[in-house]
Design a protein around this ligand. Structure first.
Ligand SMILES: [Zn+2]
Length: 125
């Protein structure tokens, strides 16, 4: 009987330990999620701070930031260049895209086109 008692005790100890371990794991997962959430908040704030700095001091920044602001400026210039290519490829200058839109699909269309280039709907004059 003593053997069975001990066996029972050992088993419940094992179960207890396993339960505590899984509780620890769940607790750790919760804590890690909370840490990750705070880290995201910091990243958001850093990004805001960086944007503010670039907008206010991009042209007159601390020398230690010159390389980073130059990178941003290069990327902004590249984006402008790529957007110009997009406009050139669909044959519609950006300025003309703001006026008329297709009543069927909402695509911006050139003022004088008879059909929507996106959905083919006939356009009123
Ligand atoms: Zn359309």
């Amino acid at each position: 009987m003593a053997f069975l008692d001990n066996f029972g005790k050992k088993m419940s100890q094992v179960a207890q330990t396993a339960m505590e371990k899984s509780k620890d794991l769940a607790e750790n997962a919760k804590l890690n999620l909370a840490i990750a959430a705070e880290e995201r908040e910091i990243e958001k704030a850093y990004k805001q701070m960086g944007e503010w700095y670039f907008n206010n001091y991009g042209d007159n920044c601390d020398p230690s930031q010159a390389e980073t602001t130059a990178k941003i400026k290069a990327s902004l210039a590249k984006i402008e260049e790529l957007r110009a290519q997009l406009d050139a490829e669909d044959g519609t200058p950006a300025a003309e895209k703001t006026g008329k839109t297709c009543p069927t699909c909402g695509e911006k269309v050139e003022e004088d086109s008879k059909f929507c280039p996106a959905c083919g709907a006939q356009l009123q004059k």
